[in-house]
Design a protein around this ligand. Structure first.
Ligand code: SF4
Ligand code: SF4
Length: 191
């Protein structure tokens, strides 16, 4: 899709700021559950440097996926996925900004200018009850305004809990489903 194209999504039509060009990074780095494709494995349909080999008939999961680079025309050239080795995804209706690193470049998110930008985005996000999270595969790093917190490798039953401490600082921890439900019930975590 070229920039300026209007695409249909489950939430209605959106206008893309850019096209993918020859980028195919998400077809390797991200999971495509419908296809049984795990994270970090190149999709069998991907033509590297060109695009999707089954573009016209690709599954809805792929059809509905648009990375942050395509959606946000204000992102600088350094955020081009194949330059950054990072893929931005707006998740949970915009309440989480995910940044998935190319596993061949697992430290990409820690490099500048990315690390400072992620901390800055986290500072703004936390004030509106949102999160910025970096991933290398399922290894999960929560970005805070002044640092990151390494929460280790996540399973489907793990959740991120971020709390604002009395001294004004932030902390993040990993909780299980039961703990997450209790935090929601007590109003300490958003629903
Ligand atoms: S990472 Fe973004 S720009 Fe690259 S192929 Fe995927 S959607 Fe397109
Ligand atoms: S089907 Fe196409 S768009 Fe989906 S992961 Fe494979 S190559 Fe990418």
């Amino acid at each position: 899709m070229p920039g300026g194209a209007v695409v249909q999504t489950p939430r209605g039509p959106i206008t893309l700021a850019r096209g993918c060009g020859g980028c195919t990074l998400c077809c390797r780095v991200l999971e495509a559950a419908t296809l049984g494709k795990p994270m970090g494995v190149l999709c069998q349909h991907c033509v590297v440097g060109t695009g999707c080999g089954v573009h016209a008939t690709r599954v809805d999961e792929c059809r509905n996926y648009h990375c942050g680079w395509l959606l946000d025309g204000t992102l600088g050239e350094e955020w081009r996925p194949e330059t950054a080795h990072l893929i931005i995804t707006y998740d949970l209706d915009g309440r989480r900004l995910n940044v998935n690193a190319d596993p061949d470049y697992p430290d990409a998110w820690r490099q500048e200018p990315y690390y400072s930008q992620l901390k800055s985005w986290a500072a703004a996000a936390l004030e509106r009850n949102s999160q910025v999270v970096a991933y290398v595969g399922r290894h999960t790093f929560v970005m805070l305004p002044d640092r990151h917190v390494d929460l280790g490798v996540f399973t489907d039953d793990d959740y991120i809990f971020i709390e604002h401490l009395a001294d004004g600082s932030w902390n993040a921890s990993k909780v299980n489903e039961e703990q997450a439900e209790e935090l929601r019930r007590s109003g300490k975590a958003p629903n």
